[in-house]
Design a protein around this ligand. Sequence first.
Ligand code: NAI
Ligand code: MG
Length: 357
Amino acid sequence: SSPSSLRIAVIAGDGIGPEVIEQAIRAAEAAVQRYSPARLEWNRLPWSTAYYKKHGHMLPPDGWDLLREHDAILFGAVGDPSVPDRITVHELLLPMRRRFDQYVNLRPAYLFAGVPCPLVGKKPGEIDLLVFRENTEGEYAPVGGRLYPETPAEVAVQTALFTRRGCERIMRAAFEAARRRPRKKVTSITKSNALIWGMGLWDAVFEDVRRDYPDVQSHSLLVDAAAMDLVRKPETFDVIVASNLFGDILTDLSAAVTGSIGLASSANINPTREYPSMFEPVHGSAPDIAGRGIANPLAAILSAGLMLDHLGLSAAAEAIRQAVAAVLAEGKVRTPDLGGSHTTTDMGNAVVAALQG
Ligand code: NAI
Ligand code: MG
């Protein structure tokens, strides 16, 4: 590999994962070729449910070391009805976020022209928000236990884990991003009225951090009110910072109000760059439509765009966004989730053609 080449680990995974990732790679190649001089090396790793059935684990024992040698990871989705999520999702995806300290889960939501919005009267670009979801602790920390299994006395304890350091670093990342956006606004999602300890710390840290950003407008909002406002007036949000659970739920909502989960991209970023960051569509493996070639690849393509941006190829990243926006605005090629009857490949072809000009 030449010094100017970037090594990307590709875990396409299960279901529609491989279908959408193939189009994401094509789009990234086309964008880089024309807009940013770099060589991308795609290292395709077969880790998936099929791999698990053959080998008894989701990734080989040296898998994490192998992944570490890459500049980034492009991920499709894992999950298959034949194997519990506790194996597929919990042995590969969730540990990766913690192991590689990918504490920023960035999920943009943007209402593109040409995309039917389920909310009445919203204009293209009117919904334009970035969710910074905490990705390594909070409600998803694997802390807890089950006692007296399968007896009437059965007990489960699930502990949410909040640290000052964990809250502070995701909040700072959100404020830094808000500073670079025209509206410069941060909304912190809380529920400290009920979750007095964990969310109490979250709020206290938010009060400390916001003082360092007097140029950014900031406020706190209860998660239930936020769910309502994301439907009632999503245009009022700019940057949202939320815990692991609240961010997870609110980003399905923000994806829904901007048209389709098939458009929702995400980045799992390790800002210190000690470890590789990982880029994936928000959606899962969609077993209900897998193998039919009708999945919308735009979420995966936009995620590849976030990856190029992270790798410093910002011209290529912007070109991907523009190409996706152009294809959607033109509206000639649409997968079924957008009300059309085109295939995954048709959509990929349209984006590649737009990138080639
Ligand atoms: P899902 O996101 O796979 O599908 C939800 C619905 O959205 C389905 O009706 C599906 O057809 C549709 N959909 C999803 N992506 C689409 C696309 N690109 N184009 C068109 N339609 C699309 O969520 P679900 O069904 O709850 O989970 C399926 C499996 O995926 C489970 O095993 C779950 O654990 C796993 N999963 C994995 C994730 C990951 O790897 N990051 C994230 C979410 C779920
Ligand atoms: Mg989710």
